[in-house]
Design a protein around this ligand. Structure first.
Ligand code: 4AZ
Length: 254
């Protein structure tokens, strides 16, 4: 969770999501961050319920938003947060997600790939109903990286090279406001991999307007330029693990 440092109650402070890429780096959406300085925000990792006793915040040392992020078109909606001190990734509930270096950028993820989006965003399309418990939903990648059409969006708005289109048409599950910056994750042979970053959409769970995500494969070079340790060839291995929503689902009794 990305939270405002000036707001002490986590449930009120949370404004976006993010993904742990390594002990020092969080990947999120650039549109979460305009006007914010590193000292204005903190991150919470390793919990599923906002406000959970004992959940610690981590300070952010630097915000690196993509220099070509465009807040009118939402092109290049990606940012890196460098943490002031490393997270302890030894905890099962606090582990990194793989970046899709091993996947083919122009063919992955293919249409019909199952993906999971998660976050503390709004659960209602009509009122503000923000949960304290982390939510997760399985959605389908609707089109491949070269398919120009995403639902009913105009081809000027949906740019398949930079964006990814995913939705759950029959159950009406989708990301919504407050989920921005969080992961769209795909299980690649047991390695949870960051395919997308929650970016934008017209409303939420509207059958004509799928959720739109930043296409992470497109930005691996940019990520690596700023955070060389996120390149898989870097000498230190990043401990990967299960995504926190799976641990949460496993611990639920109902
Ligand atoms: C938002 O406002 C937002 N349905 C994020 C994702 C979606 C819609 C809105 C996708 O941050």
């Amino acid at each position: 969770a990305l939270v405002y440092s000036g707001v002490s109650q986590d449930g009120y402070a949370q404004f976006c999501g993010g993904s742990i890429a390594s002990e020092n780096w969080i990947v999120t959406a650039a549109h979460c961050l305009p006007g914010l300085a590193a000292g204005d925000i903190e991150i919470i990792a390793g919990i599923t319920t906002l406000g959970e006793p004992g959940s610690a915040r981590s300070a952010v040392q630097q915000i690196i938003s993509h220099p070509e992020y465009d807040d009118a078109t939402l092109e290049n909606d990606i940012a890196l947060l460098k943490l002031a001190s490393p997270l302890n990734l030894d905890s099962a509930a606090r582990s990194a997600i793989a970046l899709p270096y091993a996947q083919q950028g122009t063919s992955w993820p293919a249409a019909n790939t199952c993906a999971t989006v998660s976050g503390w965003g709004n659960t209602s399309t009509t009122t503000a109903n923000y949960p304290d418990d982390l939510m997760a939903a399985e959605v389908d990648v609707l089109t491949g990286p070269t398919d120009p059409q995403c639902g009913s969006y105009s081809t000027y708005d949906y740019l398949p090279e930079l964006m990814l289109c995913a939705a759950e048409m029959t159950l009406g599950r989708d990301a919504c406001q407050g989920d921005s910056g969080g992961p769209l994750a795909v299980d690649v042979a047991g390695n949870w991999t960051l395919a997308g970053i929650v970016s934008w959409g017209f409303g939420c769970a509207d059958p004509l307007y799928p959720g739109v995500y930043t296409r992470v494969t497109r930005y691996l070079g940019w990520v690596e330029n700023h955070a060389p340790e996120l390149n898989p060839d870097y000498e230190e291995d990043i401990p990967m693990g299960l995504p926190i929503w799976l641990l949460y689902e496993a611990s639920r009794t109902n």
